[in-house]
Design a protein around this ligand. Structure first.
Ligand code: SAH
Length: 472
């Protein structure tokens, strides 16, 4: 039977997508319903009918699925960031694991041995970073998240993924906004000052960085704000103004001015200390990043004699945590501030066999190949869009024994694995890692071997304490 907008139908949810929508079948039509779970029996209110599918909302839950749970976050429904807020964590990880497997099967036509998902112990308050857009209308201040598919700010106090202190810090900044009649940036006119409040916390070190992204050069009452923030939160080690005067939706501008502290914070990862500047990438879930890196080290199968190339290295984290198990480490990263951090991180941890190059990964790989460098193992950790075909070609021409590909998008990972397969590199093993509990994102580490090589897996060994002294 045909259905149309505003019809109410009975529906049984058979499956759940990565964005937390359940899918039920009405005759042959797939009907997507947000906030449902597999096994729910519901009355669905049809919102839109397309040729192959329809979209609906819950009118009534007739029989709730056993996968359901109560979401403790006060802003869960408003914000939309936690696709799996209403679903038990075991089910969420099973969905993510299955999604990774399916991407390999459908996109790459490959079936690497996929290990059980590396699940998180902490599913709330795990993030170490927040970038809140700001909207000020007279006395009304909104700091939170953009509503989905829009740039309307939804005020989201009390988000349970963030560290608790962020709320108090935001409140101090709100008070300051009112006192100094600070305006918020308007994307259409390009006027107004405050764009984003960007906060970071070293999960292990406890150090906090506050960064205000502004469309201007200075922020009214800077000194007073610094005194207030640091007085109330001694963990704040740095307060930075980031200048972004461009008409763009890129959050951060290229220039930073430190108004309190050293301009960076530090954190500990795999027994090393890392300096993190505002413009440098740092994994948002530190505890799970450690487990991801351990898996990456296992797949890298290092014995101490290798040249290791870490492409898209950020502040050097992955490579540096493996530096004690290789002869030579080369890291490549495009953001200058991150490369500086990487160099200092090597130095501060007594690592002397590492060098870092500030360049586009594909260009640097080509230059290194032309110089005759042939790494034994190459790590790839690109942004969501994955690697360019050019980079994949150069990497395979360098003929490493192993490639360890770390990815935050299973679809682009699978696409790239398919290209690698054509060049002789087979995806042998993969491990999904849940770095983003409750949300629709999943990280994967995948190991590609040259077809002629046998797979060896060397268990990760944490750096022993004598290592740093040995190198000094
Ligand atoms: N491996 C690091 C960072 C991964 S995030 C870690 O685990 O912490 C991806 C990194 O790639 C970011 O630091 C980003 O700045 C960098 N990047 C993005 N495009 C790049 C390019 N074309 N060439 C080199 N690095 C790039």
């Amino acid at each position: 039977m045909e259905i149309k907008k505003n019809d109410i139908i009975d529906l049984e949810i058979g499956n759940c997508t990565l964005d937390g929508s359940g899918v039920g079948r009405y005759d042959s039509l797939a009907v997507f319903v947000p906030h449902t779970a597999r096994g729910d029996r519901i009355k669905a209110h049809i919102l839109k009918v397309k040729k192959n599918c329809a979209f609906a909302k819950i009118e009534e839950i007739l029989t709730p699925s056993p996968d359901r749970t109560e979401c403790p976050c006060p802003v869960y429904l408003k914000c939309g960031g936690c696709s799996f807020g209403h679903i038990k964590y075991e089910t969420e990880t099973a969905i993510k694991e299955n999604h990774v497997r399916e991407c390999f099967r459908r996109i790459a036509g490959a079936e690497p041995e996929t290990e059980p998902v590396i699940a998180a112990e902490k599913i709330y308050r795990y993030r170490n970073k927040a970038q809140f857009p700001v909207e000020i209308n007279g006395e009304e201040i909104k700091t939170g998240f953009y509503a989905s598919h829009s740039h309307r700010v939804i005020d989201c106090p009390g988000c349970l993924l963030q560290p608790e202190e962020f709320e108090g810090i935001i409140n101090i900044i709100r008070g300051h906004i009112l006192k100094f009649s600070i305006t918020s940036y308007d994307e259409t006119s390009g006027r107004g000052l405050l764009r984003h409040i960007y906060l970071r916390k070293g999960t292990k070190s406890g150090e906090i960085m506050v960064c205000l992204v502004i469309n201007g050069d200075s922020f009214p009452g800077e000194e007073e704000l610094c005194a207030r923030l640091s007085g109330k939160f001694p963990e704040i080690k740095s307060i930075v103004i980031n200048i972004n005067k461009d008409k763009t939706n890129v959050i951060l501008g290229k220039k930073c001015r430190t108004i309190y502290g050293d301009g960076y914070i530090s954190d500990y990862l795999c027994s090393l200390k890392f300096r993190i500047s505002p413009l440098s990438f740092y994994q948002v879930n530190r505890d799970q990043a450690e487990r991801l890196y351990e898996k990456a080290a296992e797949y890298a199968g290092l014995t101490g004699n290798e040249t290791l190339l870490d492409l898209y290295c950020g502040t050097g984290t992955i490579g540096l945590t493996m530096a004690h198990r290789v002869k030579k480490l080369i890291g490549v990263e495009i953001i200058g501030q991150a490369v500086k951090d990487a160099e200092l991180n090597a130095k501060e941890n007594g690592i002397k066999n590492a060098r870092f190059i500030c360049a586009d990964a594909a260009e640097a790989a080509r230059t290194l190949k032309d110089e005759g460098i042939s790494p034994d193992v190459i790590i790839l950790d690109p942004p969501r869009k994955g690697c360019s075909a050019e980079l994949i070609n150069t990497v395979s021409q360098m003929a490493p024994d192993r490639i360890v590909y770390v990815s935050c998008d299973p679809a682009t990972l699978a696409r790239d694995c398919k290209i690698f397969a054509g060049l002789g590199y087979r995806a042998v093993k993969a491990a999904p890692a849940d770095l983003f509990p409750r949300t629709g994102h999943v990280e994967t580490v995948c190991c590609l071997y040259h077809q002629k090589k046998d797979f060896i897996s060397v268990p990760y060994e944490p750096k022993d304490d004598g290592y740093m002294n040995l190198l000094k």
